[in-house]
Ligand binder design. Structure first.
Ligand code: HEC
Ligand code: HEC
Length: 220
């Protein structure tokens, strides 16, 4: 290689490098080892979180997710994915940047151990939302949500699926935003996101609004 060619090559490599390092490795979460966090240690680390996620993780701001009583393994993997930059546009990317992996385990254990309280936001029952959750919509290829999220939307009972979330009593605005993010999002960074992206692609805005309203209208 002559000098100009080599310089040119280096320049191209330098330009390509940031994009290469930004690529996120895909993680297969099937059979992920159970997490081992300490809820009491997590409590001390959670003071910054409750500013947005509410006392004990019972968020009252509609756009912020409720964390209280959510499944620990699901919470941990969400935090781990934020930390590795899976959604750089999320406020959670900065929130997790300076936390260690042990911190993420402890925070997940802490919020999972908190008692979820009924949201003070007004309930908006939806017969269409209930029907979609229970039976899906075969004409559009929407599977029944309960098949994966549990009949009562508290997450699947089978511990092999501990990384799959509960949805019951979650804030409607957050649920709707998240379903749209799955539907309209880019590549999945884990097997879990891959599964949920496939489901969300069958949902239009009306179906998303109905599902979010129905799920949010329940006590946790
Ligand atoms: C400035 C407000 C803010 C702070 C502070 C904050 N969060 Fe968040 N958090 C959000 C928002 C907004 C979302 C939804 C973002 C998204 O989906 O990209 C979110 C999402 C999450 C999720 C995903 C929930 C789900 O159901 O998937 C977890 C877990 C989480 N935050 C934990 C934490 C922890 C732990 C802390 C403290 C270390 C924290 N957050 C601090 C605003 C905040
Ligand atoms: C085949 C299994 C499967 C089906 C069917 C399914 N889900 Fe999911 N869902 C998942 C998995 C796995 C995740 C976790 C994805 C992740 O980690 O981002 C998830 C996550 C979610 C989340 C994010 C929760 C949060 O706290 O951020 C919402 C909302 C959701 N699903 C709603 C639904 C709705 C509504 C339906 C029915 C239309 C449905 N899901 C059907 C497997 C499924």
């Amino acid at each position: 290689m002559n000098v100009p060619t080599r310089l040119c090559f280096l320049l191209v490599a330098a330009l390509a490098a940031p994009r290469m390092s930004a690529a996120i490795e895909w993680i297969d979460l099937r059979g992920a080892a159970p997490i081992r966090g300490d809820a009491a240690t997590g409590a001390a680390k959670a003071t910054v979180c409750v500013a947005c996620h509410g006392p004990n993780g019972n968020a009252v701001v509609p756009a912020f997710p409720r964390l209280a009583g959510q499944r620990a393994d699901y919470l941990y993997w969400r935090l781990a994915n934020f930390k590795r930059g899976a959604r750089p546009e999320s406020v959670m990317t900065a929130q997790t940047a300076n936390l260690s992996d042990a911190d993420l385990h402890d925070l997940a254990a802490y919020f999972a151990a908190q008692t979820a309280t009924k949201s003070p936001l007004p309930a908006m029952p939806s017969a269409r939302g209930e029907s979609l959750f229970r039976d899906g919509d075969p004409a559009r290829g929407t599977p029944p949500c309960q098949g994966c999220h549990g009949a009562d939307a508290r997450g699947p009972a089978d511990s092999r699926f501990a990384t799959w979330p509960a949805l019951r009593g979650q804030n409607a605005d957050y649920l709707a935003a998240r379903l749209k993010a799955y539907r309209d999002g880019k590549d999945a960074v884990s097997s879990n996101e891959f599964v949920m992206r496939g489901v969300a692609r069958s949902l239009d805005d009306e179906a998303i609004a109905a599902l979010a309203a129905w799920l949010a209208s329940h006590s946790p």
